[in-house]
Write a new protein. Structure first.
Length: 129
């Protein structure tokens, strides 16, 4: 792991965010995989900002998203040098986790509501006849 990745790993630990480091999402390796929230966090070095790097990252991100993950990317420089950016990065990670949790709850509640609404309709039709 690079020093910026180690720093983000420490933040995730402090925030009590269960993530695996350097986890395989075939055929790629995600820097951080928060499987229970379907989140991948990528820490990008300078090679990611070349034309070739940008193209490869787009393919990689698309692969992760097709597998059902949300992806956040941060530049090494932002993680290591700028104190204000450290707080912004932490906020963005927590914010994304909250949004993903709400989406998950909304899906669960939606399924529950549909099941119970259909059941209620059936029962009311049975009781009225």
């Amino acid at each position: 792991m690079t020093p910026p990745e180690k720093r983000v790993a420490q933040w995730l630990k402090e925030l009590h965010v269960p993530c695996k480091k350097q986890e395989i999402v075939y055929p790629y390796i995600a820097d951080f995989l928060c499987k229970n929230r379907l989140l991948i966090i990528e820490i990008d070095g300078k090679q990611h900002y070349t034309d070739e790097g940008i193209r490869k990252d787009a393919i990689r991100t698309n692969h992760f998203e097709q597998a059902g993950f949300s992806v956040i990317r941060f530049a090494n420089e932002r993680v290591t040098k700028e104190l204000l950016w450290n707080e912004i990065i932490k906020y963005k990670i927590v914010n994304r986790l909250v949004v993903l949790k709400r989406i998950w709850y909304a899906k669960v509640l939606s399924k529950y509501w549909k099941r119970n609404t259909v059941g209620q309709t059936r029962r009311s039709l049975i009781n009225t006849t």
